[in-house]
Ligand binder design. Structure first.
Ligand SMILES: Nc1ncnc2c1ncn2[C@@H]1O[C@H](COP(=O)(O)OP(=O)(O)OP(=O)(O)O)[C@@H](O)[C@H]1O
Length: 345
């Protein structure tokens, strides 16, 4: 649904150049919620602004719903109007809502329809329908100043849907909201994704947002995507930084001469009493150093850090047993040692 190929953006000022995007290849499938995470300055906002051509990429292409937007981005009037039309298929939600304070809620939602030249009656009908969809039918006559942050964002979301977009871009939509309001806005986005089949590309610096609603995610660093994929697949990827950030498992070994193993459980394996089987089969004491269990996309996924007595060489057979049980096994590095990875199942 959204594909960027070799997307590059270089900001040039008199005395310096900033490479904000450095060859980004992004692929968002139709109907999915896709989260791009990364630290401040990683290039997330630039990426999202380039996807709807609010920012002109230095090179590379952007395709949305089968249309190459970069090809429409010429300077002629015709190219400009083709781009404006294509943009109506892309809704945008902002961190600070960007509502006009002098307009009522309904008039804010009507604004994009006014720009499209939709008649007054039809605008009103559509705005009221959208306000109903986001749970704000009773606030049509209110002004933004009379609303809470969460309600303002609902208006922003209703406005973004005015042109019946297939794609919604969200730039830190929940970053200005408290945790409970964040949850309700994320739920609304998920509902819209499912009810309308809306494809959502969101950028965030919060891993909890990815956990809550994203089917897929990408990690950006220094203008590049360094990791991407379905969230459940990332969790099955040994050494995945995103998986580690999503499911942090802590826990220090209790002493020297121990083997610390990080386990990732998927599906059936999550419910099997694997640890007690391991303990009984090999007659070893196992300490659980840390654990986290979550449900992602309806599947149970968990991570657990355990400690086995003895060095890695003494534990090759028990580690093999864990892998046979369908668990992903990462052997944590011993201080001073190279990283030992026992990833592949
Ligand atoms: N208009 C601009 N002119 C010059 N440099 C810019 C401009 N916009 C962004 N940059 C630079 O591009 C890089 C990427 O910025 P961007 O805002 O895309 O990152 P981000 O990941 O969204 O960070 P944040 O979460 O802080 O917004 C940064 O080094 C930033 O300083």
């Amino acid at each position: 649904m959204i594909t960027t190929t070799g997307l590059t953006k270089v900001y040039r000022s008199r005395d310096r150049e900033t490479v904000a995007l450095d060859g980004v290849d992004l692929h968002v499938r139709e109907g999915e919620v896709y989260g791009v995470v990364g630290r401040s300055g990683a290039g997330k906002s630039t990426l999202i602004r380039c996807v709807n051509l609010l920012e002109r990429p230095t090179s590379g292409t952007v395709e949305v719903a089968g249309r190459d937007l970069t090809a429409l981005a010429g300077r002629s009037d015709r190219a400009g109007s083709a781009l404006r039309t294509a943009r109506t298929g892309i809704g945008m939600v902002f961190q600070h809502f960007n509502l006009l304070s002098s307009r009522t809620v309904r008039d804010n939602v009507e604004l994009p329809l006014e720009i499209l030249g939709v008649s007054g009656r039809e605008r009103r009908r559509k705005a009221l329908e959208l306000l109903d969809l986001v749970g704000l039918a009773d606030k049509a006559r209110a002004y933004p100043a009379q609303l809470s942050g969460g309600q303002k964002q609902r208006v922003g979301i209703a406005r973004s849907l005015a042109g019946d977009p297939k794609v919604l871009l969200s730039d830190e939509a929940t970053s200005a909201l408290d945790p409970e309001t964040t949850r309700s806005i994320l739920q609304l986005l998920r509902d819209l994704n499912q009810q309308l089949g809306l494809t959502i590309l969101l950028i965030t610096h919060e891993m909890d947002v990815v956990k809550a609603i994203c089917d897929s995610a990408a990690l950006m660093k220094g203008g590049r995507i360094v990791e991407s994929g379905k969230v459940t697949d990332l969790l099955a990827t040994p050494g995945s930084e995103l998986a580690h950030e999503l499911f942090p498992v802590g826990g220090e070994p209790s002493g020297e001469g121990r083997t610390v193993v990080d386990l990732t459980f998927h599906g059936e394996a999550a419910t099997e009493p694997v640890i007690s089987q391991l303990s009984r089969t090999y007659n070893i004491d196992i300490s659980v150093l840390g654990a986290a269990l979550e449900t992602i996309g309806g599947r149970q996924v968990g991570r657990m850090r355990i400690e086995l007595p003895g060095a890695f060489e003494d534990n090759v057979v028990p580690i093999g047993f864990l892998r046979e049980k369908g668990l992903q096994v990462d052997v944590a590095p011993v201080a001073g040692d190279e990283l030992v990875k026992e990833g592949a199942k």
